[in-house]
Design a binder for this molecule. Sequence first.
Ligand code: TYD
Length: 223
Amino acid sequence: MDKTSLDKGIFITFEGGEGTGKSSQIKRLEKKLNKLDYHVVLTREPGGTAGAEAIRHVILSGGAEKLGADVEAMLFAAARSDHVDKIIRPALKSDKIVLCDRFFDSTRVYQGATGSVDMEFLYALERIACDDVWPDLTLILDLSAEEGMQRADARRSMNTAPDRFEKEDMQAQEMRREAFRLIADKEPERCKLINASGTEKEVAERIWQVVEPLLKRKTAKNG
Ligand code: TYD
């Protein structure tokens, strides 16, 4: 069977605080789209290319913290630039669906709104890193900080030590949630707020309600 073709690729980003279930949901969506025979590229930030993964390690280990928040933001942007150039833009050009776990809204929230970096500086970095590549849809998974932290703690107990940003407290998580919600309010065309409480299946269904109409608009079936 031919793959389902698109007029142009589709770029979907997933955003939200710790423990909101982004990673599980993005994998579920990938599986569903594959079943429908779409070409899907699943990727994440910071990371996605060898160079960006190296930068990821420097940032998340806390190694760049001493350089200050502005430099940290530049490192996220440098990683993003490589990721956009090597993975995201080429995939969109070949009509694929790109699903990306975090993108520039994370920088706006973590480094900007709830960090100390000037928003205009961040917008300038965005333009340099992303150029013509902009998400068609951003799914913002929304969950109370308390529930998110509980989930993140449960995941960590099976996994590894908290990263540089996970160490921060509940109040910081709540502020990030508010900052993500504000972005959704400001850019309702691009951003959809998804209630991330409930079972994985329930959240996946809410996501599908938003993704399906976008696919319908952009899809032209082969044959
Ligand atoms: P990751 O392990 O991918 O976390 P999560 O599962 O929460 O997505 O770690 C990424 C961390 O980096 C996360 O705490 C958010 C932070 N981050 C920023 O501060 N700015 C950014 O631009 C991005 C992409 C991530």
